[in-house]
Write a protein that binds this ligand. Structure first.
Ligand code: TMP
Ligand code: ZN
Length: 415
């Protein structure tokens, strides 16, 4: 089920160096039906020192084990649905064509986007002949069914690669706009995926990609975004290498404030990356990541959270978690925080409620159940820190009752 990856997924160099080792870890999205440890797999980051500097996982886990029944739902975050819908609206080609979201998940973004189009948001500049089709492509069967049946979104259920692109193009046509957000990090065969993008994209079309930036991951100590599903950790340097070698070029890189360190890449077939891309690559070259410092800082954070939770327990102050995200499993396991220190994690995703975090045994409850006397907390640690403000806003009744919401470094969430 697990295999060591001997080559860089971008440039095929075999010179890979370990940079950060999280030990054996359970699958971050593998919530369990009863308290248990689940299967564990090695979780080690390596860096390509032979060519492109790409950072990737040292081992790979069979993809079907992770994606067939996928619990992450885009619809659970209104802010993210708005963010991606706006991305599509801002980039919708005036001449129409096929708009594709790769990694369309539960279809929430495309449903919203179609509504906005029909609501006439674009009426002002639409060509009367404007003709468009909106499609999602996603490998997860449960999510594709949800997108098609409950949201009336056209979906192509498959892993995206060169072959899928060929099949899609012959059935539907090339795309004038492709959006692919938080997907690339999950892809095993990066060159086949990007070759597929090149095949799918019309000559005058545009691809908009958002991926977490490895430099910012290190800067923000977001080690909890390292898990088996995230097999690549990109920089501008490795992105340029990957796309250029497949005849696609980066026109713009814009930082996004949605996911704690994400970059948006706008990519076309127009030859040559823009100057701003070279500026960023140059900065990355001049300021390489210091992985030793990163390790030390993460270890300090672990000691601090352990200390605070132990103190709370001694003082009889109840602490609950919020957000049973993949990053929650990683943090709880790497920090060795089990259900003795933190018994429950609230999450609004119905599919996750009643299940247990693998390895650390926390029960996932609904946000409403947090209000019950048995669970009512003094402090809530928002492990889904990227949604902290949205969560605190939603849970204002708890705030009004004196509950303190903190980030994983135990600092109050600032509104
Ligand atoms: P993510 O960090 O991978 O986006 O996952 C966030 C998790 O947090 C997901 O399981 C849904 C959950 N969540 C809530 O329970 N309430 C909320 O208000 C938000 C925004 C997310
Ligand atoms: Zn490489």
């Amino acid at each position: 089920m697990t295999q060591e990856i001997m080559e860089c997924r971008i440039c095929s160099s075999r010179e890979l160096e370990d940079v950060f080792d999280l030990g054996e870890q359970p699958l971050a999205n593998g919530l369990l039906a009863s308290p248990g440890i689940g299967e564990k797999y090695p979780l080690v980051l390596t860096k390509c020192i032979g060519g492109c500097g790409h950072v990737q996982l040292k081992h790979t886990v069979e993809p079907t084990a992770m994606f067939e029944d996928y619990h992450f739902h885009t619809a659970s975050s209104e802010r993210m649905v708005n963010h991606f819908c706006q991305l599509l609206l801002d980039n919708t080609p005036k001449s129409g064509g096929v708009v594709v979201e790769i990694g369309s998940n539960d279809g929430a973004v495309l449903q919203r986007y179609k509504q906005k189009l029909f609501d006439g948001v674009l009426d002002n500049y639409l060509d009367p002949e404007w003709d468009f089709a909106v499609w999602g492509i996603d490998p997860s069967e449960n999510l594709c069914n949800e997108a098609a049946n409950s949201r009336n979104v056209d979906v192509w259920c498959d892993f995206f690669n060169e072959n899928t692109a060929k099949e899609f193009v012959s059935a539907v046509g090339q795309a004038s706009l492709i959006m692919c957000c938080n997907v690339l990090g999950h892809v095993h065969d990066l060159n086949s995926f990007v070759q597929g993008l090149a095949l799918l994209l019309a000559d005058d079309g545009k691809i908009v990609i958002e991926v977490p930036d490895v430099y910012q991951m290190v800067e923000h100590l977001a080690f909890d975004t390292i898990y088996h599903e995230h097999i690549s950790y990109f920089s501008a340097t490795s992105m340029a290498r990957l796309f250029n070698q497949n005849c696609l070029y980066i026109q713009e890189i814009t930082p996004q404030d949605v996911h704690g360190g994400t970059l948006r890449y706008t990519i076309t077939k127009r030859v040559g990356n823009s100057n701003s891309v070279y500026d960023r690559i140059n900065t990355e070259y001049l300021m390489p990541i210091n992985w030793e410092t990163f390790k030390t800082k993460v270890a300090t954070q672990k000691a601090q959270l352990q200390f605070h939770l132990t103190q709370c327990k001694k003082e009889g102050r109840k602490v609950a978690g919020y957000g049973a995200a993949a990053k929650t499993t990683v943090r709880l396991n790497y920090f060795e925080i089990d259900n003795n220190l933190l018994p429950v994690v609230a999450d609004c995703t119905k599919d996750k409620q009643g299940l247990f975090i693998p390895g650390t045994f926390q029960l996932v409850i609904s946000p409403e159940e947090l209000q019950l006397p048995a669970n009512f907390p003094h402090i809530v640690v928002i492990f889904a820190w990227n949604h902290a403000k949205e969560i605190v806003k939603k849970e204002h009744t708890l705030v009004e009752k004196g509950v303190i919401f903190v980030t994983p470094d135990f600092l109050p969430v600032l509104q």
